[in-house]
Design a protein around this ligand. Structure first.
Ligand code: HEM
Ligand code: HEM
Ligand SMILES: [Fe+2]
Length: 451
């Protein structure tokens, strides 16, 4: 690392990984419940487990983004973070709000709005927290020596993500209105502004790992930002087909959401093209694996599997089934889980001064987690298609269908075990690096020319 304050990123990463472990635990609780082994039902019913699983997911990804921003912004702006102690306080308070929310879910203190279950009083604490975070990031950028495109895109993504949290806090008595604005948060995050955050982090990593000129990489970033806005905003319509709003959304949502994969395709082509163009390589091969892997898995999970159910004619049957869970897993993992893992893999040697590049454990973590997640996606997909046929084509009763599906969750739990093994190995590597060290400041390794 170049600046001492970048060390704060480490603690965000450690917290992110901890919460991921907890998320996985709740995933298994649901996996077993779905197989028919719902022994914990009295204490953790399925709805509680589901809300906890998905909220932990969002929180650990956000912690990953924040950690990455605290690492990237000083380096791009060429100065220390403006308020380091405040950054630590921001982490601790963010975790506290998360813990209270999760305990609340177990005591039925929640709002039954998928992904936005967190009760509104706690929302205000999130707002204060995120304002603090943005204050530190934007002031550092403002006071810095340089404002690069990469840093600006990342900061813009973070700022818009914060603003788009607000529509989810408006109170409506009307179900359709509530649903309409819920998607401004959920959809416009993952298929809009988070893509900017991902694009910014991806650009930073490619600059560091491939040795291609910043100008070339940042030109691509404009293309990605453009494609994201072109398709993502009106693409929200793919959630408006059957919630009680006008029919116009069938056409608008269908057309624009079919264009959304282009932004992910651009990212995949971008990463591979820069990898091939680069005449130098960073010795941290694993970071490069994760980075290229992210671009490809995001295109598959978000782009291709999103496209698979985005047309109204298809979505009419697949809406809210396990087909959605199939896409949800590979999209979230492939895009946002993996970009956070890419960044951590890149940052750890620089933060700690230990160069555990390319270890067997690290390699295994990469392959087991990703192959495991592809297997999970297939298990959800097969279960989803079976569910659509049994429930919506043949008209078998909902509960009876759920029982028919139990067998598929055996495969889910099996592949999830493979995924979880990869994550455990990753965590072991994380701990082997130890904590950030002052000696690591200014010790970063240079790229090597490929002969
Ligand atoms: C990284 C990007 C993406 C992530 C993380 C993601 C994740 C998700 C999640 C979690 C849901 C369930 C939401 C809910 O019911 O509350 C969902 C739904 C959906 N996604 Fe995505 N998605 C991404 C990109 C895309 C793209 C690019 C498309 C289209 C090409 C797409 C199409 C859909 C559709 C049609 C639904 C609604 C499914 C239903 O009716 O139940 N997604 N997505
Ligand atoms: C090993 C671990 C995991 C298991 C066993 C697991 C299992 C499950 C199950 C059973 C559901 C509920 C599906 C239903 O409604 O019946 C679910 C939902 C979900 N999980 Fe996981 N999961 C795991 C890891 C992950 C990871 C790592 C991610 C993301 C990076 C993730 C993202 C999601 C999302 C977005 C949903 C909501 C999907 C939807 O809206 O339909 N899960 N998971
Ligand atoms: Fe969407």
């Amino acid at each position: 690392m170049k600046y001492e304050s970048q060390k704060v990123a480490y603690w965000f990463f450690a917290a992110a990984i901890l919460l991921l472990s907890l998320q996985i635990t709740y995933g298994f609780i649901m996996g077993f419940a779905r197989m028919g082994y719902d022994g914990l039902h009295e204490f953790i019913p399925f709805n509680t487990a589901r809300a906890t699983h998905t909220n932990l997911l969002v929180v650990w990804i956000l912690l990953g983004f924040m950690g990455a921003a605290y690492y990237i912004i000083p380096e791009e702006a060429q100065r220390e973070l403006v308020a380091v102690k405040l950054a630590y306080a921001q982490l601790i308070s963010f975790l506290l709000v998360g813990v209270v929310a999760i305990i609340g879910y177990h005591l039925n203190y929640w709002e039954g709005r998928k992904f936005l279950e967190i009760p509104r009083p706690l929302d205000w604490l999130v707002v204060v927290n995120v304002l603090t975070f943005l204050g530190i990031i934007l002031t550092t950028l403002y006071k810095g020596k340089t404002r690069t495109t990469t840093a600006m895109v990342l900061a813009m993504g973070l700022l818009f993500a914060a603003l788009l949290y607000l529509p989810g806090m408006i109170w409506f008595d009307n179900q359709t209105m509530d649903s309409f604005f819920r998607w401004w948060v959920v959809h416009l995050w993952v298929e809009g502004v988070w893509e900017l955050i991902m694009g910014g982090i991806l650009a930073f990593l490619l600059i560091k790992l491939t040795g291609v000129d910043r100008e070339v990489i940042e030109k691509w970033l404009y293309v990605i930002v453009g494609l994201t806005f072109l398709s993502g905003v009106l693409g929200t319509g793919h959630h408006y087909y059957y919630i009680g709003v006008g029919k116009i959304w069938l056409i608008v949502g269908g057309i624009f959401s079919m264009l959304e994969p282009l932004a992910f395709l651009a990212m995949a082509l971008f990463a591979v093209a820069m990898y091939r163009k680069g005449e130098k390589r960073h010795p941290n091969k694993l970071a490069l694996y994760w980075t290229l892997g992210t671009a490809i898995m995001a295109f598959t999970g978000a782009g291709l599997l999103g496209m698979a159910h985005t047309l109204p004619q298809v979505n009419m049957y697949t809406h809210g089934t396990l087909v959605t869970a199939m896409h949800g897993h590979l999209a979230f993992w492939g895009a946002y889980g993996m970009i956070v893992f890419s960044f951590i893999t890149f940052a750890m040697p620089n933060l700690t001064g230990r160069r555990l590049y390319d270890t067997v454990n690290g390699q295994l973590a990469f392959w087991l987690s990703n192959i495991g997640m592809i297997g999970m996606t297939m298990a959800f997909g097969v279960a989803g298609v079976a569910q659509v046929y049994l429930e919506r084509k043949t008209g078998l009763e909902f509960g009876a269908v759920q029982q028919e599906l139990e067998v598929h969750f055996f495969v889910l739990v099996l592949t999830a075990t493979m995924f979880a093994t990869g994550i455990i190995l990753y965590i072991i590597e994380f701990f082997r690096y130890g904590s950030p060290q002052d000696e690591a400041i200014g010790m970063e390794e240079d790229l090597k020319t490929i002969y």
